[in-house]
Design a protein around this ligand. Structure first.
Ligand SMILES: Nc1ncnc2c1ncn2[C@@H]1O[C@H](COP(=O)(O)OP(=O)(O)O)[C@@H](O)[C@H]1O
Ligand SMILES: [Mg+2]
Length: 336
């Protein structure tokens, strides 16, 4: 339903986004993922109408919105900084947009209560001042304030990044629930790959003003299309030229090319999985226990360290200095 067609966005002479093409489906939870400065917010601000495209068109259900005012686009917005009115009550904050639209007081009340209920803001909280609330609660209010206007599309720019880790995970679940319940098309901006993987129906991975790959979380993770995506979306081992050559020599049937290969940490194992596994001998030089998983750094040659993550019983956790064999299914080595 949302279509970016050859969109270019500039700040003065600086081209932040060039020739962006993208389609987002109705009801989708769609995430812009990428490192800081790659153009995620710029693209979102252009959709919302805070920035005008220098070229190209944005359409919603085939209707061009490229030059509409923000308030005429039917898009709700929540940013990282809540931008609430701190001296006003939660109720008045949520009601603000409706008042501007001159909705009748009775209807405003009904809508505010409905939005508050959806987001689990209690009636008691509605009467509090925004400044008395925690960061997480304020972010809920910001969400209610956007949703009360019943937008067709919801845009969220790093809405959880000011919250602490535990709260972020809770709010993530909550957002997902809400989005599924309301079925509202959602565009979400984050630099946090875990957030993107857990929340999204599809992800666009941005790099330096363009999109590297669009796909489902599973596709982005397991079938990364580029080196950049592969590296950005999770921890990865880079096999160097020497290791690739060693593998070619030891496993002539394995078709590895070039000078680099990539394999995810959890795909390197201490026990064999298939008959034609790549086998590398090495020594554990470092371990990192983090509860559910343990991460091992294994030195397999002078210039090649391979990291491995495993989920082990306590008794199976290996010590530094242990000589080990590493097994890799050749189909799990990515090359670009
Ligand atoms: N107001 C601005 N004026 C000039 N350049 C900007 C402005 N906002 C962002 N940029 C530049 O545009 C690029 C993309 O920025 P942005 O969209 O904010 O990245 P992201 O949200 O992915 O971190 C960066 O190079 C940034 O420096
Ligand atoms: Mg940003």
């Amino acid at each position: 339903m949302i279509k970016f067609d050859a969109i270019q966005i500039k700040y003065g002479d600086f081209v932040a986004i060039d020739n962006l093409n993208l389609e987002i489906k109705e009801g989708e939870f769609f995430t812009f993922l990428g490192p800081s400065g790659c153009g995620k917010s710029t693209t979102l601000r252009c959709l919302v109408g805070f920035l005008e495209a220098a070229a190209g068109d944005i359409t919603i259900n085939d209707k061009a919105i490229t030059h509409l005012e923000p308030e005429d686009r039917g898009i709700g917005i929540v940013f990282q900084s809540y931008a609430l009115f701190p001296t006003m009550t939660v109720y008045d904050n949520i009601a603000f947009g409706l008042k501007v639209k001159k909705v009748s007081p009775d209807l405003i009340k009904a809508k505010v209560l409905e939005a508050a209920a959806k987001i689990k803001i209690s009636e008691e909280q509605l009467q509090r001042n925004v400044s008395e609330l925690s960061g997480g609660q304020q972010q809920r209010v910001a969400l209610a304030r956007a949703l009360v206007l019943e937008p067709k599309i919801l845009c969220l720019d790093e809405p959880l990044s000011n919250l602490d880790a535990k709260l972020r995970v809770d709010m993530r679940k909550e957002l997902k629930r809400l989005q599924k319940e309301l079925g509202i098309t959602t565009l979400y901006v984050t630099h946090d790959q875990e957030e993107a993987l857990t929340l999204s129906d599809r992800i666009a991975v941005f790099n330096n003003g363009y999109i590297e790959q669009v796909g489902t979380p599973v596709e982005i993770y397991h079938e990364s299309k580029t080196e950049f995506v592969c590296d950005f979306i999770g921890d990865i081992n880079v096999l160097n030229e020497e290791t690739i050559q060693h593998i070619r020599y030891a496993n002539p049937e394995v078709s590895l090319e070039g000078t680099k290969g990539y394999v995810r940490l959890e795909k390197v194992r201490f026990t064999s999985v298939t008959d034609n596994d790549i086998v590398l001998k090495g020594q554990i030089v470092d371990t990192e226990f983090s509860g559910v998983t343990t991460r091992y750094a294994v030195k397999v040659s002078e210039n090649q360290m391979i990291n491995v993550t495993t989920i082990d019983q306590q008794s199976a956790i290996k010590e530094i200095g242990t000589e080990v064999e590493l097994f890799i299914n050749p189909t799990e080595v990515l090359q670009f």
